[in-house]
Design a protein. Structure first.
Length: 397
């Protein structure tokens, strides 16, 4: 019995010693891991690039990847302002056509999109008031001729002191009143495109012609045959697309960066190629959306552009000289921007280096390295960066 107790006590002592040994091994491993990690961090310049972000290519891999090396280049990159807008025409190039005296639509052949010339008849209206207007003109014209003769006769009598001055003043007032009425009726006739000289020969018309005041394209047709229109109704809209401009909406925070003559790259919603324009006018009023209207003229006029088309635009502001690299040299990895730098040419070793990049212009991006200057001794990979990144990802996997 005593021997069994001794054996049990020995086993417990052995287990306890085994546990102590395991704990000691774990503590040593933890201390060694921390020490290794500290050394690894200290060996990585700036704490950004580690040994895990280096890659070595075999000769076969190097031959299969077209790698080109280069250096940063100092360029003047333009900052850009993003904006949206709509194509428009000047007020004198957009005409709303109404009937000056109203009437019934007798005929029209206009359709949206049709081209019309200045002075072309676009509609014919008829109304009894046109006949009454011409009749009033003829009556007033005849009365004016009589009163004019009588006025001159009374003037001659007044010179000889035959008639009273009161009679001369009365006939004079009637004469000038009728003359003013005739001139007013003549202006109304011209307003509805009726030539007074024609109706003086007895040609009274029951209809009038509506003509186009400009050459352009029909954008709206709001009438039909037999429809009665009044002077406030817009019958047609005609737009002259000879000079279409771009109206941009720029946020007020970007207004201080704008200047007359700056280049705007405009991309219409129905096109894939940019059009160039220049800032011509900058508005002086801020809208409720906190934007300002910026008026731009296209470098190349295009009569096929349609007013009302929406577009996006980039306005180039004054540039600053910065270090740049081609866009092909920069890769996006783990939410950051990087470039590859050649460490050794013989074993084909490349180092991934983090950069800051902001402005982009004509295929180049501004770059700012996060590593110390003395660390960046090798050439920069300007072509083949994404192939290297794929190799790096596969190696990590």
């Amino acid at each position: 019995m005593k021997s069994l107790q001794t054996s049990s006590s020995a086993m417990r002592s052995f287990s306890f010693n085994k546990i102590i040994t395991r704990i000691s091994v774990l503590l040593l491993f933890f201390v060694f891991s921390c020490s290794s990690k500290t050394k690894s961090d200290e060996s990585s310049p700036g704490g950004v690039v580690s040994a895990e972000k280096e890659i070595a290519l075999t000769d076969e891999q190097y031959k299969s990847i077209s790698i080109e090396l280069g250096d940063t280049e100092v360029r003047s990159l333009s900052e850009t302002i993003k904006a949206n807008g709509m194509l428009d025409v000047p007020p004198q190039n957009l005409v709303s056509i109404s009937a000056p005296l109203g009437g019934f639509v007798k005929s029209t052949e206009l359709l949206q999109g049709m081209h019309v010339k200045k002075g072309q008849v676009i509609a014919v209206l008829e109304h009894p008031s046109y006949i009454q207007l011409q009749q009033d003109y003829l009556d007033s014209k005849s009365l004016l001729e009589y009163q004019e003769t009588e006025y001159h006769r009374q003037e001659e009598l007044a010179k000889e002191s035959v008639n009273a001055l009161k009679s001369l003043q009365l006939i004079k007032a009637n004469y000038f009143s009728t003359k003013a009425k005739v001139e007013g009726l003549k202006a109304q006739l011209k307003l509805v495109n009726i030539n007074p000289a024609e109706i003086e020969n007895g040609e009274i018309k029951s209809s009038i012609n509506i003509v186009s005041p400009i050459s352009g394209f029909v954008s709206q047709v709001n009438v039909n045959l037999g429809m009665h229109v009044v002077p406030t109704d817009v019958m047609f809209k005609i737009v002259d697309t000879e000079h279409v401009h771009a109206e941009l909406q720029v946020f007020e925070k970007d207004i201080p960066k704008l200047k007359i003559g700056q280049v705007a790259r405009i991309l219409l919603t129905n096109e894939t190629k940019e059009r160039l324009a220049k800032v011509y006018l900058i508005g002086k009023e801020i809208t409720a959306e906190r934007t300002v209207r910026v008026h731009c003229h296209f470098d190349d006029e295009d009569q096929n552009l349609i007013p009302g088309t929406y577009f996006s635009a980039l306005i180039e502001t004054s540039g600053t000289k910065v270090n740049t690299l081609p866009v092909s040299a920069i890769v996006h990895f783990e939410g950051k921007n990087f470039v590859f730098i050649e460490k050794n040419a013989a074993p084909h070793q490349y180092q991934l280096c983090e950069i800051n990049s902001n402005a982009t212009d004509n295929g180049y991006m501004s770059v700012e390295f996060k590593q110390p200057a003395n660390y960046l001794k090798g050439k920069i990979v300007v072509k083949g960066s994404y192939d290297l990144l794929n190799v790096l990802k596969n190696t990590e996997l």
